[in-house]
Design a protein around this ligand. Structure first.
Ligand code: ZN
Length: 222
C-alpha cells in the first residue's frame, strides 16, 4: 500500500468509508443501483485488516437485521468480492428435507468461485429448482435452477485458502452470493413465469418444491 492507490482502489475505499460511517444496520441496496451490476473487485490490499473486520461486522449485522441467509458486499454498496453467509435452517422438517436445507454456521467467503460437482449418490452434476429470493429484489421470489452440489474455492477472513464441497441449500446460498460478486442477480436466470410477490408465495406456493407451480404457471423445472 505504499504506491499511490489507483482510481478503482480510491473508489472502493470511499465506498467502505461511507458504509462504516453510515447508518446501522446498513441499508440493503436495491436492484437498479449499478453497484449490483458491476463485477466486484477481488479483495487484495485495498483495505487493512482492521477495516476488513469492521466491514464484515457491518455485513453480518445487515444480514441478521434483514433477516437473510447471506449478504454480498455490493448489497451494502461496496464493490469487493466478499460475502457473509449463515442459515439457521427452517422449522418445517419435511420441507427442509426436500430442499436439503441444513443449518449452516456463520462464515465469510472472500474472492469465491464455484464449479458444479456430482452430489452424493449421483454420477454427474445436476440442477435442482426451488423458489428463491434476494434482499436486493425485495418483496419477490422466483424459481431458480441451480447446481445441487458445488466445489467452493475462496479465502476466509484470515486469508486461509478454502476448497470445499457444499450440497443442497448451503450450495444454493453460496451460488447466489457468489453470483452477486460477478454482477448477477438471481432473477437473471430464473423462470420469470414463476415470479411471485412474497404474499402470493405464501398464499399459493408454500410447498416443498415448485412442481405444482411449474404445471399451473407454465415453466420448466429440471
Ligand atoms: Zn441476493
Amino acid at each position: 500500500m505504499n504506491a499511490e492507490p489507483d482510481d478503482l482502489t480510491r473508489v472502493i475505499r470511499a465506498q467502505v468509508e461511507a458504509v462504516l460511517a453510515g447508518p446501522r444496520p446498513a441499508p440493503i441496496v436495491q436492484a437498479g443501483d449499478p453497484v449490483l451490476r458491476l463485477p466486484a473487485a477481488p479483495l487484495t490490499d485495498q483495505i487493512d485488516d482492521e477495516t476488513l473486520a469492521e466491514l464484515i461486522e457491518v455485513m453480518r449485522e445487515a444480514m441478521y437485521a434483514a433477516p437473510g441467509v447471506g449478504v454480498a458486499a455490493p448489497q451494502i454498496g461496496v464493490g469487493l468480492k466478499i460475502a457473509v453467509l449463515e442459515d439457521p435452517g427452517m422449522g418445517d422438517a419435511d420441507v427442509a428435507d426436500v430442499r436439503e436445507r441444513t443449518p449452516f454456521g456463520f462464515r465469510v467467503i472472500i474472492n469465491p468461485s464455484y464449479e458444479p460437482v456430482a452430489a452424493d449418490g449421483s454420477d454427474v452434476p445436476e440442477k435442482v429448482a426451488f423458489y428463491e429470493g434476494c434482499l436486493s429484489v425485495d418483496g419477490f421470489q422466483a424459481v431458480r435452477a441451480r447446481w445441487r452440489a458445488v466445489r467452493l474455492t475462496c479465502q476466509d477472513e484470515s486469508g486461509e485458502e478454502i476448497s470445499e464441497v457444499l450440497q443442497g441449500w448451503p450450495a444454493r446460498i453460496l451460488q447466489h452470493e457468489t453470483d452477486h460478486l460477478y454482477g448477477e442477480l438471481y432473477i437473471d436466470k430464473s423462470e420469470l413465469r414463476s415470479l411471485t410477490s412474497s404474499a402470493n408465495l405464501e398464499r399459493f406456493w408454500l410447498r416443498p418444491d415448485p412442481s405444482l407451480a411449474s404445471k399451473i404457471l407454465g415453466f420448466p423445472v429440471p
